[in-house]
Design a protein around this ligand. Structure first.
Ligand SMILES: Nc1ncnc2c1ncn2[C@@H]1O[C@H](COP(=O)(O)OP(=O)(O)O)[C@@H](O)[C@H]1O
Ligand SMILES: C=C(OP(=O)(O)O)C(=O)O
Ligand SMILES: [K+]
Ligand SMILES: [Mg+2]
Length: 556
């Protein structure tokens, strides 16, 4: 069995802020089928009181003084309602940072265009490189008032090729013989020789097997095994990329034994996780999760210190995670491509029902790695994900190593805004049935309140929903309802603010507040007005998770 989805765990030093039942980000695994998605977990926040803010009209409220201190990004919430294209969409945007975009200037440029979460993939780059990127994102947040969250994606136990001796790519021609070897290769390997990262590879393969690169970009047939070397003939020519994913097929089905035997988290992954905890990243992604156990294990490890194999375990895995990424690259290498869209739809729906944020990832705008505009089909794919109301869309190679990272991000933003507006204007209200998810212990008052508030907002055509929330939970419940207007979430925790940045429709602010709502309003309204984010006469539905209340207020 291979994993279907990847889970993301968010880390937090204050785990009580996020009861597991409400926040596990999800694993990227499915039972019985190949990997589909990856769950993620939250990490502990080690950074001391950081400035806050919500980025769009990036406003900064300092924790201690409750004063807005800077506004790095132009644009207002009013624009986001009326004008579309300069605004921030409800759908959140995640960018993989790579060699093209790791400079402070690029990271800032992406944040300005709308990146809410910066992702680093531990499959590539060195520890020092990752540390520098994390540091740069943090500095940007501190100095410019953004609240970009950091997601560290672990490599996971997948078989992949080595680095191609530093070459950007290598061409495999029809009929060429290539050697795949588990021997260590030096920096200038012999021609047509590729390292494989899995020691058991040469033992596991059989003559006649098909070796599939990156889900089908190139295919080889295994001709002969000579000790650690496996001789293969290219049967589908194409381009080999460094560290490309490898899968083995026998009699037209995926060879799963190896995946099933390997731990979901390799020893390298655990070292990377330690590194992530030390660096205080906000989310950790886990690939190829096969059961909820891995996620629970990781979560208890994280709290102590500070891919699922099958689709059938999906619900459990989602519940154990703080969020999920639909990793369509790995997914499409493990299940037939024509099943990927329906699996995506199912994961997105299930996550929403279970109240976990979900990211749709991979190849959304693949052609923009090379070209300044996307294909029409790519635009349609992005539209579909936005229409499914996924929490977030992610760029991989487009932002990590493409020629047009900012243009690709702008395409995601503009398509999201356009589709969201179309859905709203057409009154295509979302009718998804949302099952009660809160545990009987805590009661479902928060859910009832959130549902009612979201309904009121839609029926009264409110301009905003405000939520004053200590744990962040109420903000996630409101987001789950996918209301027509933006949700402004005020939270006293800077790490919660960053985490809420992954949540559909939520603009998180870092702000201290009290149980006295009048006092909160007299503090919040002037600050938001001064930033042009709200204006006199705006209709606001206000929810408080301490008071368990809903109020309807016209901004004075
Ligand atoms: N830290 C990095 N250093 C070098 N190259 C990177 C890095 N991160 C990403 N890349 C490049 O961007 C591509 C897309 O990134 P990603 O989707 O995360 O990885 P993958 O293609 O391995 O699934 C990678 O294949 C790699 O070429
Ligand atoms: C996002 C994906 O995984 P990664 O980039 O971690 O290999 C994917 O396979 O689609
Ligand atoms: K991975
Ligand atoms: Mg991948």
């Amino acid at each position: 069995m291979s994993p279907v989805c990847s889970a993301v765990l968010s880390s937090t030093s204050n785990s009580t802020l996020f009861p597991i039942s409400s926040f596990p980000y999800f694993p990227r695994t499915f039972a019985g089928a190949p990997p589909i998605s990856k769950p993620f977990v939250r990490l502990p926040n080690h950074s001391p009181a950081r400035k806050l803010v919500y980025t769009r009209p990036s406003v900064l409220i300092s924790d201690d003084r409750t004063a807005w201190t800077s506004s790095p990004t132009p644009g207002t919430a009013a624009e986001s309602k009326d004008e579309g294209l300069q605004a921030t969409p409800m759908t959140k945007l995640v960018c993989t940072i790579g060699p093209e975009t790791c400079s402070p200037e690029w990271i800032e440029a992406l944040a300005v265009v709308g990146m809410k979460v910066a992702r680093v993939n531990m499959c590539h780059g060195t520890r020092a490189w990752h540390r520098a990127v994390i540091e740069r994102v943090r500095r940007l947040n501190e100095e410019k008032g953004f609240a970009v969250a950091i997601m560290m994606d672990t490599e996971g136990s997948e078989i992949h090729m080595g680095d191609l001796g530093g070459a950007i790519s290598a061409k495999a021609e029809d009929g060429d013989m290539w050697t795949f070897t588990v021997r260590a290769l030096d920096s200038s390997p012999p021609e047509r020789t590729v390292h494989v990262n899995y020691d058991g590879f040469a033992e596991d393969v059989k003559v006649g097997d098909e070796l599939v690169v990156d889900g089908g970009m190139v295919r080889f047939e295994v001709i002969e095994k000579i000790g650690p070397d496996v001789q293969c003939r290219c049967i589908d020519p194409g381009l080999l990329l460094p560290r490309a994913n490898l899968t083995l097929w026998r009699n037209e089905s995926l060879v799963q034994e190896r995946n099933a035997m390997l731990p979901t988290l390799s020893s390298k992954d655990w070292l990377d996780i330690d590194f992530g905890i030390e660096e205080g990243v906000d989310f950790i992604g886990v690939s190829f999760v096969k059961s909820a156990e891995v996620i629970n294990h990781l979560k208890s490890y994280i709290s102590a210190r500070e891919s699922i194999d099958s689709l059938k375990n999906l619900e459990e895995i989602i519940l154990a995670s703080d969020g999920v990424m639909v990793a369509r690259g790995d997914l499409g290498a493990q299940i037939p491509l024509e099943q990927v869209p329906s699996v995506q739809k199912r994961i997105v729906e299930l996550c929403r029902q279970l109240n976990r944020p979900v990211i749709v990832a991979s190849q959304l705008l693949e052609s923009m790695i090379e070209y300044p505009i996307p294909t029409r089909a790519e635009v349609a794919d992005v539209s579909e994900a936005v229409g499914q109301r996924a929490d977030a869309l992610m760029l991989s190679g487009e932002s990590a190593m493409g020629n047009y990272p900012d243009k690709a991000l702008a395409v995601l933003r503009n398509v999201s805004l356009r589709i969201e507006r179309h859905l709203k204007e057409g009154k295509h209200h979302d009718t998804m049935k949302l099952p009660v998810i809160t545990s009987p212990l805590t009661g479902d008052v928060s859910e009832e309140i959130s549902d009612a508030a979201a309904n009121m907002a839609n029926n009264l055509e409110a301009d905003f929903v405000f939520v004053y929330t200590k744990s962040g939970h109420m903000a996630t419940l409101l987001s789950r309802c996918r209301p027509d207007c933006p949700i402004f979430a005020f939270t006293p925790s800077a790490s919660m603010q960053r985490r809420l940045n992954l949540q559909w429709g939520v603009t998180p602010f870092h702000l201290s507040f009290t149980d006295d709502m009048e006092n909160n309003f007299s503090k919040t309204f002037p600050l938001l007005k001064a930033k042009g984010m709200i204006k006199c006469g705006d209709l606001v539905i206000v929810v408080s998770d301490m008071l368990q209340s809903v109020q309807v207020i016209t901004v004075p």
